[in-house]
Design a protein around this ligand. Sequence first.
Ligand code: NAG
Ligand code: NAG
Ligand code: NAG
Length: 797
Amino acid sequence: MLADCILILLTSLLFCISHGDVSYSFPEEMKRGSVIGNIVNDLGLQLSRLSTRKARIVVEGNRKRYCEINVETGDLAVADRIDREELCGAKMSCLLKCELVLEDPLESHRISLQIQDVNDNPPVFIKDIVKMEIRESAPKGSRYRINAAGDADIGQNAVQNYILQKNDYFALNVQTNSFGKKYSEIVLDRELDREEQHEMTLFLTAVDGGTPQRSGTAVIQITVLDANDNAPVFGQAVYEATLLENSHIDTVVVTVSATDIDEGVNGKVTYEFSGISGIAKEIFSLNERTGEITVGGNIDFEEESKFEMLIEGKDGDGLYSETKVVIDIIDVNDNAPVIHISSLANPIPENVSPGTEVGIINVQDADSENNGQVRCSIQQGAPFKLVPSIKNYYSLVTAGQLDRELVSDYNITITATDEGSPPLSSSKTVQLSVADINDNPPVFEEQSYSAYVSENNKPGSTLCSVTARDPDWRQNGTVIYSLLAGEVNGAPVSSYVSVNGDTGVIHALRSFDYEQFRSFKVHVMARDNGSPPLSSNVTVSVFISDVNDNSPQILYPAPEGNSFMTELVPKAAHGGSLVSKVIAVDADSGQNAWLSYHIVKSTDPGLFTIGVHSGEIRTQRDISESDSMKQNLIVAVKDNGQPSLSVTCSMYLLISDNLAEVPELKDISYDEKNSKLTSYLIIALVSVSTFFLTFIIIILGVRFCRRRKPRLLFDGAVAIPSAYLPPNYADVDPTGTLRSTYNYDAYLTTGSRTSDFKFVSSYNDNTLPADQTLRKSPSDFADAFQDSLETLEVGLF
Ligand SMILES: *[C@@H]1O[C@H](CO)[C@@H](O)[C@H](O)[C@H]1NC(C)=O
Ligand SMILES: *[C@@H]1O[C@H](CO)[C@@H](O)[C@H](O)[C@H]1NC(C)=O
Ligand SMILES: *[C@@H]1O[C@H](CO)[C@@H](O)[C@H](O)[C@H]1NC(C)=O
């Protein structure tokens, strides 16, 4: 400080010397009272008179008094703060002019005060904080001007240099403008990266050249503006996802995400497919803002099981990157098995052996693994089974014997089930027909048939009808009826009956006569139309029933007019004695042949009586002497038919003990007057009687020997030779001989006649539809003939 003062004094002294008036040079901002110089000495004035001469300093103009004079010492001292910058600004020289005025005598001395600059002002930036925005993309070497810092001082004390605090990016370049002022530029020395550092603060210091040096600092705040220098980056190079097939629309599959560290639009990533198959494009949709991949269509594992796609993430300025998305579809059991009938033999002949393959079935399931494993089955109950063949193929084979007549159609339901969870199944129905084989012969509904017809039927009338059934199909089941060759009574059966080939109705071809034959058998064959044909036959028994078409025939006595037979009645006969017997037969049977005997006229009505059914003539009382010797009876024989038929005969009786009275026979004949004839008659009678007796004895002897049990119930001597029997009465058996039963019946007539009514137990009137057929059940017959059955025990004798 002291040295400073000395220096200032020296310079101000030098200054004074160079000017006439006194001149001082001194630095600004001296303390008040600081002595600038001793003006008394410098001007050569008398110190002692200073106060008396009222020495004073007058400043030019009406300005502040910066200095004053100490009248005691004659020193010029600083009276007020002198600020060069205030007084002179930026002027290089700052001269403050004032006068020393003395009175008595008035004297004026000019004083020049040269104010020297002192570095009392620091450089100052206009703004303490400089805000700048620099795009990160700014190239290296870019310059950014910073406004110059100001410094009120001048010269060396003004801003001489700038200093930039050390940093990574900027260098400093100091320039001088056309006004000679120094300013600075910051120069980009290294490229900015907003992503690394988006803001930075630089300190720029301006320094002056004064001593001591002063400085001022500005803060440069740099905001790094973004440039699109970063592409989006995906989180994963490959995104893998699995997805169930049939996932619903809008199911989120996976979300891809790319980040872009840039800012704003530059960092805003949008997504889009950059590589995708057409099918995937229809199925998946991508949210371009969020990167979410969702299901937008129907996913079918069976169509596509894996999807690969490329997704591009792009920022606002078009920078992009790609990622890959792999989506594996997981199979869901969504496909039911499908059944295909590869081949089918339809219809199947019913005679195929069990195990025959009738069809091939193929099953397919579009699903994979277990979901596509299929089991196949058919319903129980049908004679078929499925036999697994090569993969997915099954043979449908018969499991038993088929019978079209039992089941002609099968609806076989094949069910296929896969092994998914839950399993899916489907079924298919196959219709199988069984083809006919002619394996059934026609079968008659009855084991045998019986037809009943009254004799004297009209030719062409229906006897009965036979029916045979054949369950086979069409011609294999079409039944044709025909007669089997045979004979009836030596004539071909076809001359008696005919059968309608289509209907099985049997017609009579001629009128039948019960008295000729009572029944015959016909064999009817039923044949189907198959190839070869099958047939069966049945027996039809035709029973002819009797009609009362024959009158009784009197065998004994001989018919009226042709006989002179006379019975002798002993005079001693008692009442009840058998005297004779009328013998009659009827070719009909049953009631029609049940004969009754009545005496319609007699010589002595009280004497004889006749057994209604036996025809035996007995005395009613003892013969007396008064009774006429010749007795004449007229006997009517009636059958029991409806209407009944009858015949009469005459019986001559002679009450006598010997033939000596024969001459009187002449009187017996009621119309005969011829005596010659009478004697002939007697002779004939005697000879015939003798002949008869002999004959009867021989016959009886023969029969007695043949039969062990003769049932002769009459004690009379009357017998009828077989020659008397009407020829049609005898039934001739196939051997051509008289059947002994009929002989017996004819002769003896006391046995049962039930054999005339042979009821066929299997008779069934349902099978006789034709209107002319006899509609009788066994009970009908039983009713009609009940009486005769009971009474037929009574014989002819
Ligand atoms: C089989 O199915 C057909 C048609 O569905 C039907 O007409 C027929 O009666 C069925 N057959 C059997 C044996 O069930
Ligand atoms: C009848 O059966 C034969 C085999 O016996 C067979 O070949 C034929 O087709 C069958 N006819 C009909 C119409 O079913
Ligand atoms: C009639 O059928 C029987 C068995 O029912 C058989 O023995 C006989 O040979 C058949 N006759 C004819 C001519 O077919």
